[in-house]
Design a binder for this molecule. Structure first.
Ligand code: UT7
Length: 324
């Protein structure tokens, strides 16, 4: 592996479905309340895909915005890695639909499945491929339509999730040219925790798509411990101090998890980007959606040190430290 190549984020974009649903509107469909949802999760609203919106249409819109932001030609992209647990079809990969829609007729396109950690898995995979010279310019996308796999009769899960997509353009650059790039990443998986968060269907088992099932309190407990551990690993590997980190862009599952993780890490709440109130939990889309929101409103600036982190079904979890 060449030590001279670093993967640099040169653009970002995001997309949300047209329809926004507030907690009060949800409370008309299921036995819940605005107060309960805000107090337990911090969520105020979520965007839900209509019939004409799918994981690929959201991914394509987010990708187009990222390409425009990076100021590049779509045809110059030679790698698309799309993280999703809700693909348009069982196969082919949703990434290939995005490739065709964008007119990138060449290179490599595939999906990764790591649920809420999907963007971290996709980013780390693309980074490894760029640094080994397998590609030069990548599009890394997190896109989901979790509304399609929710059990709308189950108030313990259906109020927590939303749909959306986020994308970044990642380019191979000579490390001697600038400080920017992915500095360190760590991924983990623990299949022993399967039953705490899974979908009870699939083509090889029930032959149906199935619904999301979660033991929320157990997931919460593991999330705080695992995220604090992996953040510590990445900080140590990069050789930076917590005080040097400008922003944490976490997976947006629950405001209480974000607060507890920030506290454990010893990082100020004011450095944590929070969009869970607006988007709810959008699984693989949540980190790039939050990142794009904070870049576009001017909070995250060039040169800053940004930590991405996520934890999800599997369990899977990971973190990545990036200099913009
Ligand atoms: O993205 C992947 C990672 N996922 C996560 O990180 C999710 C992690 N877990 C969580 O965010 C939280 O555990 C939840 C938000 C899912 C639940 O919060 P909690 O404080 O752990 O509540 P709980 O599950 O212990 O439920 C407390 C009570 C129960 O009633 P009883 O048994 O105390 O009478 C539930 O039946 O709240 C009730 N409840 C609700 N009430 C109103 C559960 N869901 C609802 C609801 N509306 N939607």
């Amino acid at each position: 592996m060449s030590v001279d190549i670093r993967s640099v984020i040169t653009g970002s974009g995001s997309a949300l479905p047209k329809q926004c649903v507030t907690n009060a509107e949800l409370a008309q469909r299921v036995d819940t309340s605005d107060e309960w949802i805000i107090e337990r999760t911090g969520i105020r609203q979520r965007y839900l895909a209509s019939d004409d919106e799918t994981t690929s249409t959201l991914a394509i819109d987010a990708a187009r915005a990222a390409i425009e932001d990076a100021g590049i030609e779509a045809a110059s992209i030679d790698l698309i890695v799309l993280a999703t647990a809700t693909p348009d079809n069982t196969f082919p990969a949703t990434a290939t639909k995005v490739q065709h829609a964008l007119g990138c007729n060449g290179g490599v396109a595939f999906d990764v499945a790591a649920v809420c950690s999907g963007f971290l898995y996709a980013l780390t995979t693309a980074d490894a491929m760029l640094r080994t010279g397998m590609a030069k310019r990548a599009l890394v996308i997190g896109a989901e339509t979790f509304s399609r796999i929710l059990d709308w009769e189950d108030r313990t899960t259906c109020v927590l999730f939303g749909d959306g997509a986020g994308a970044v353009v990642l380019e191979a650059r000579n490390a001697s040219e600038s400080e920017a790039g992915i500095l360190a990443s760590r991924l983990h998986a623990d299949g022993a925790q399967h039953d705490l968060l899974y979908v009870d269907g699939g083509p090889s088992t029930t032959k149906t798509v199935g619904h999301l099932r979660m033991k929320g309190r157990e997931v919460f407990r593991h999330a705080v411990v695992n995220l604090a551990d992996v953040l510590g690993e990445v900080i140590a590997e990069a050789g930076v101090s917590v005080a040097e980190i400008d922003w944490v862009v976490p997976h947006q599952a629950n405001k209480r998890i974000l607060d507890a993780t920030a506290k454990k890490l010893g990082i100020s709440d004011s450095k944590v980007v929070i969009t869970v109130d607006q988007h709810a939990n959008t699984s693989a889309a949540s980190v790039p959606l939050a990142f794009d929101a904070a870049r576009r409103d001017g909070r995250i600036k060039p040169g800053q040190l940004v930590m991405f982190e996520a934890m999800g079904g599997g369990f899977t979890w990971g973190a990545s430290l990036v200099r913009l």
